[in-house]
Design a protein around this ligand. Sequence first.
Ligand code: MN3
Length: 249
Amino acid sequence: MTRRQAIKTTAFAAAATATLPNAFAQSKAGSNPAQLTPTFTLPPLTYAFDALEPHIDAQTMEIHHDRHHKAYVDNLNKAISDSPGLAQKSIEDVIKDLDSVPEKIRTAVRNNGGGHYNHSLFWQMMKKGGGGEPKGELAKAIEKSFGSFTAFKESFAKAGLGQFGSGWAWLVATAPGTVLIESSPNQDSPAMKPTMDKDFAAFAQAQSPGKLVSTKVPLLGIDVWEHAYYLKYQNKRADYIAAWWNVVN
Ligand code: MN3
């Protein structure tokens, strides 16, 4: 293996494991045999509501986590109450395979399952005293795709600002050592839109045999719904995005 290939492969390995499986370990109650109707649950925040002050205010965090995210979980559970097969899957597997969801609940599962998946990632993508620049393979992949971290931040902010109405901006791994930026409306996730990159799919299968694989792995995402920033920033989404870099994990 050449050095270049090695870099690509390790960057991809980092991306492939960046689906943060721990985020969902506690969000699933299906492993409890005593529970007749397995349901999805709201994962607790691993930091205090005020941990991200002054960039993200405590009240916004509390409402965002305890009410908005909780509503996605509650509405997802309501939607799947007659589909026990779905309740036994991880949320990641559910949103990656929306085609297999019964049509009459597909929109509800897309919106609320997407909301549960995206927010479960989002809380972990932030931390107290965050910010700074990535290192190692991710830094190399960003440099390859955007030229520099500064240029990446500009493009990422543009994607967040350009998302009309509610949605997200994402840094996504799509292939070994390759990252790109995209935005999604509502609670859609890049993981809902797998590409047909065979190299990526084969590598991901080798890393996690037998697991459903999306060929797009969300590495970083910012929630640009107004509920994520309106209390502190009102209509100034650009100010929220600029401040958010200070809390990126
Ligand atoms: Mn939100």
